[in-house]
Write a protein that binds this ligand. Structure first.
Ligand SMILES: [Ca+2]
Ligand SMILES: [Ca+2]
Ligand SMILES: [Ca+2]
Length: 96
């Protein structure tokens, strides 16, 4: 557990992912406030999730990013913020 985390203003950390794509396999609104707070992403196009992002305070911005670089189901890197991979913002209208 010695992952470096950057915890300061303007110090965005960029995480390494398997690929450069961003195929969102799942978006979820777990607290039903109309905004996505969980993103499950495939970055290399193999159909398997390797990037997981969470908005923990409900402001619509990613607070924690986890990367599963070898797709074994265990996160290999956890960073604060979006890891340089911000999700595309969607208007909070589609939740029913
Ligand atoms: Ca993948
Ligand atoms: Ca947030
Ligand atoms: Ca892993």
């Amino acid at each position: 557990m010695s992952q470096e985390t950057v915890d300061g203003a303007g110090a965005e950390e960029t995480v390494e992912t398997r690929g450069d794509e961003r195929v969102e396999l799942l978006r979820a609104d777990t607290n039903n406030d109309g905004r996505t707070d969980v993103w499950v992403v495939d970055t290399d196009g193999d159909g398997k999730a390797d990037l997981f992002q969470f908005d923990t305070d409900g402001d619509g911005k990613v607070d924690v990013t986890m990367v599963d670089i070898d797709e074994d189901g265990q996160p290999d890197a956890v960073v604060d913020g979006d890891g340089g991979l911000p999700p595309e913002q969607l208007p909070p209208t589609v939740q029913v």
